[in-house]
Design a protein around this ligand. Sequence first.
Ligand code: ADP
Ligand code: MG
Length: 677
Amino acid sequence: MNTNDTPDGPATAEPDAQGAAAPQRRPIRELPDELISQIAAGEVVERPASVVRELVDNALDAGARQITLRLLAGGVRRISVEDDGQGIVRDELALAFKRHATSKIGSLHDLEGVTTMGFRGEALAAIHSIADCSILSRAQGQSQAYLLLGRSGELRPEARNPGTTVEVNELFFSTPARRKFLKSDATELAHCVEAVRRHALARPDVGFAIWHEGKLLEQWRRCSNHATALDGIDPDTGEITNTALEQRLHDVLGADFLANSLRVNYSGPNGLHVSGRVGLPGAARARADQQFAYVNGRFVRDKVISHGARSAYEDVLHGHRQPVYALHLSIDPTRVDVNVHPTKIEVRFRDSREVHQAVHHAVDNALAPPRALDAANMANSTTAVTAVAPAPDTGPSTGLPAHARQTPLQYAHASPSVGHRVSDLAALWQPAPVTPNAATPTTPTTPTTPTTPTTPGDANTDAAAPHGPLGHALAQLHGVYILAENTQGLVLVDMHAAHERIVYERLKQQLTSASRPATDNTIPAHAAAATQLQRQTLLIPMTFPATDQEIATCEAQSGALAALGLELSTIGPKTLAVRTVPALLAQGDVVALARSVLEELGQQDSSSVIQRAQHDLLATMACHGAVRANRRLSLEEMNALLRQMEHTERSDQCNHGRPTWRQLSLRELDALFLRGR
Ligand code: ADP
Ligand code: MG
């Protein structure tokens, strides 16, 4: 239908012509104070939980040790926050409701190094403009409390212990349009509880209680491990201790969170420190509802932090699963700008790359060490797992296993079992293929530990020989699982998944050590120049019939292929030849490997073969390299795999985030058979 068809088509054009619809000019005026506050309230106060957050912020800034929240109707009818902080003196009470009135900063210099939760001096004014508020406060050292009624401005003496109670009634009563946006009381209540929970997780030195309609909903006692005034605070650093934070995590999020998470403790450049806990991959959730990030004690939603954390989970977690964590960053306040957003939930880092890397490394360091070692430590067994002092950095060219040089948390086996690493990865692949190789594949990741004369064979013939935490292999089940016995009981290993991870980590390690920046002067120039997987030339190239697509990809992506250790060439209109393969994968089916790499590369545009894509490719390659189901393994090979798992980072999950092994303890086995011990 065109405009000529509409009866009022011509009519709409007319006022334009006559200028009748042009807006009338209105004089510029200063807005009344109240309206300014109401506008500000639109930014600060979205729902009752926003008020809760601001009031608890204020209580914490006032040095409260105990904060009690009382709500009616999900906070819509009433929010009252009671604290035992320093209070407000009588003459300043009225100022608290004024816009831009604050006791927390007085200059730009103060703002740049602000350490309090609040500083904008607008929360109480904003709340006061859209609700019926009162403040009852008695300043520390004063004998009298005073009550200020927001509506009438009446000020009168009252009785109260030192501290402050701020009461907010009928939120949005003067702005009914906003009130319509509120959800059910139950939903608003849940948001209020969440707001307190976020504070509580950062402040185990403060007790919290939440009441709704006269019923106690939550109570988190303040940490009192030592009966000192410094409960939960390290007297040397003045910072909250990990133990205190963990106690609070336990109280707020439950024992499961603690049991299924790992401690983070990482120091980065410029005084940056990351602590807290990160969930095991298996504890990940469908929703991102247990991701708590704090910067200098302030809860934030920050892409730099969440992405940094997420990136450390990249290849231990399926893309759509959400990790859980509670991470606390402490950073020089002058290196972070908290004055970005009225609700202060966003921050801006001076150097976001630095923060991203610190978070990534902090989380990665917690996740990477294989958990078999923890299990063994807990079992206090004869497995001779020892913590060792950080090894001198011998540089990437030493071929030390990744964990031995990248992770500050050092771990190593003191037992000779370290010597019987897999005789060679080759031993685990398909029955020795007739690849006409000149040399046996080199295994550049050979640990450079002083190898004892122990051979895998020796280790196996004597079942009593010290084994690693994953124990010694007993049998293979249905060509899929390895059964092993360790001190705790039975270990079940998904052999393909486990081996896939091992191969993957080795490939990754080769690629990253090869592509270290040349500025690192510990790397010889020739090593720094190589950004490729170690390759092995096939004596006789393997040819295969290729599709047009494969041939096109081969030609377009020769650089990417070379980086992966694959050299392919066209030897006919419909034939490709594989000339080199990654040394680690030389024993596999090289044609199948080449084809799946070509297929994956074909789906990427050539410029985007960045790290992420590379990892995907390596994962594909690892899957090819990993021992297949139904391949019979000797006990020796199985033991070799177990030992490698103990030494491979992230070996508890396959590349897709599924577990590679499970422990069935004797106790669990007993329970299966109703056997009392
Ligand atoms: P800001 O927190 O940004 O300073 P607010 O509007 O939240 O601004 O609070 C204004 C002032 O009121 C604060 O600076 C503080 O001095 C005082 N105040 C508010 N709540 C409390 C409290 N619970 N205890 C002591 N003082 C408080
Ligand atoms: Mg405030």
